[in-house]
Ligand binder design. Sequence first.
Ligand SMILES: Nc1ncnc2c1ncn2[C@@H]1O[C@H](COP(=O)(O)OP(=O)(O)OP(=O)(O)O)[C@@H](O)[C@H]1O
Ligand SMILES: [Mg+2]
Length: 275
Amino acid sequence: MHSLKILVTNQKGGVGKSTIAANLAAYLAIQENFKVNLIDFDKQSSSSRWISKAPDVGVTVHHAHLRYEDTGSLVLANAKRALNKFSVACDMSISDLTWTHAMSTEFMLEYDLILVPSAASKFEMASTEIFILEYVQKYLSQIQSRGQEICVVPSRVYQPFQSDHAFLNLQSVDHCSMAPSIFMVPAIDDFVYQDFLCVSSNEDVAKNFSRFGEHIAKLIKKIAMTKATLSKINGTMKRSSNISILDQYRAEQEQKRDEGPKAYSDWIPNFLIKK
Ligand SMILES: Nc1ncnc2c1ncn2[C@@H]1O[C@H](COP(=O)(O)OP(=O)(O)OP(=O)(O)O)[C@@H](O)[C@H]1O
Ligand SMILES: [Mg+2]
């Protein structure tokens, strides 16, 4: 079975991408017992450092540093190669990547789930909306046929943040949804690189992150089911499209031959047969 691929990305810096990538990987490993790989595309290596320094929860770390000075097609090819190479022998991989325009948006199509952490200022929300809308507008049919999901994650937001009244331009977009907010909790600083947020000794920190983790775990199960249905449909379509009418005719003739000559009575309509 192919592993599920999750991307955590936004063009904006400091919105919590690495915090989310590292802690979601740990949540899915600890609470859901999934075998998770973390692919760190960022040179700062924040998410991979967190996984490596905190207690071992079975998440495997991979580094995939891209050379953005290469041509666009080479950057895309290298990114795809790294993603496929590091997404084996696991149930799912989580990529931590700061989005830049040097990367083709085609890369996002490689993923089953895209998480877009976003702060809640008007500026940041608008730029997140544009980022997602541009992508969806370009690739809607592929997103639908692959069953890909995009999920906005209000991150580092101050309580009470009403997510129902935010990101209004995304609310009717197919395959796009909103995760529960991850609130600004300064106490997070005590756990950076030390322990994972979902099991932290600070109840506010643990609750804050676990609510988000539970939501994503449900979304992952929904995506896995959609993918299974899609691959069944594709398999059936492929099988039937491989059989030409001529093949079908030959198969029927062969079956008739195997069954041997039919009894004479089989060819006579029922009402003509003497009772
Ligand atoms: N919910 C939160 N509450 C409080 N602080 C947070 C929260 N999430 C992240 N932080 C802090 O915000 C800072 C930026 O977080 P993080 O490094 O995860 O963001 P990033 O988007 O990966 O940044 P970069 O663009 O630099 O890679 C860090 O100091 C982190 O500890
Ligand atoms: Mg980061």
